[in-house]
Design a protein around this ligand. Structure first.
Ligand SMILES: Cc1cc2nc3c(=O)[nH]c(=O)nc-3n(C[C@H](O)[C@H](O)[C@H](O)COP(=O)(O)O)c2cc1C
Length: 204
């Protein structure tokens, strides 16, 4: 079983990457507790920024970008984390998902998350990320996680749980969706099955 986190953070170290790592670990440990053998992978979009721009203008991905797209498309569960830039997802984050086949995420369990300088932009999860993945027909988990600078190390307030509790809840929800989803054939398996059917046809 494979969990993939996409991080669009640009800084080093990156709070977006840190959040992606925590969420992946939360889902992984929940699935491991249920007896699943889980592999986690992180796609760092920062390293692919030039390749993403080149793909947009040429129509062709670099080998590294093609591998990243395949990793995301083949994941059993996806964690998508962006920094908030100008009250929305970052351009790099959106451009990467623009390059993914619109059917590749259909039905895939996805946890959306974002980091930002201010808690006032936390609804970016609901007005930008959730509609994007709804359009791609992904199965987005109910809890989306936003981490503003002040959330790191905070225990929450009367209206919200602290960040660690939200990470645990969201990771648990992703794990539950991943575990509940029936084993699916990957696109590669579909192609192989189609080829087998075609080779079985007799035209003589
Ligand atoms: C160009 C730019 C625009 C930003 N716009 C916002 C914004 O609208 N709202 C917000 O809360 N934070 C904004 N930020 C702050 C980043 O979202 C925040 O620092 C983020 O956590 C950085 O992630 P990183 O550490 O992974 O690079 C902006 C930062 C940059 C560089």
């Amino acid at each position: 079983m494979k969990l993939v986190a996409v991080s669009a953070g640009l800084s080093t170290p990156s709070s977006t990457r840190l959040l992606a790592d925590h969420l992946a670990e939360s889902a992984r440990s929940e699935l491991a507790a249920q007896g699943y053998d889980v592999e986690t992978d992180v796609v760092e979009l920062r390293e692919l920024a030039v390749a993403v721009a080149n793909n947009l203008v040429t129509g062709f991905p670099s080998p590294q970008l093609a591998a990243a797209i395949e990793t995301v498309s083949g994941a059993h569960g996806l964690i998508a984390v962006t920094p908030v830039f100008t009250a929305s997802y970052s351009g790099l984050f959106k451009s990467f998902f623009d390059l993914i086949d619109p059917d590749a995420l259909t039905g895939k369990p996805v946890l959306v998350a974002a980091t930002g300088g201010t808690a006032r932009h936390s609804l970016v999860l609901e007005h930008a990320l959730r509609p994007l993945f709804a359009y791609l027909r992904a199965a987005v988990v109910p809890t989306a996680v936003y981490a503003a600078s002040e959330d790191w190390g905070s225990g929450g307030d009367e209206y919200t749980e602290g960040l660690p509790a939200r990470i645990r809840r969201a990771g648990g929800e992703l794990a539950a969706l991943v575990a509940a989803r029936p084993a699916e054939e990957t696109p590669t398996d579909d192609t192989a099955a189609l080829e087998r059917q075609l080779s079985d046809l007799r035209f003589d």
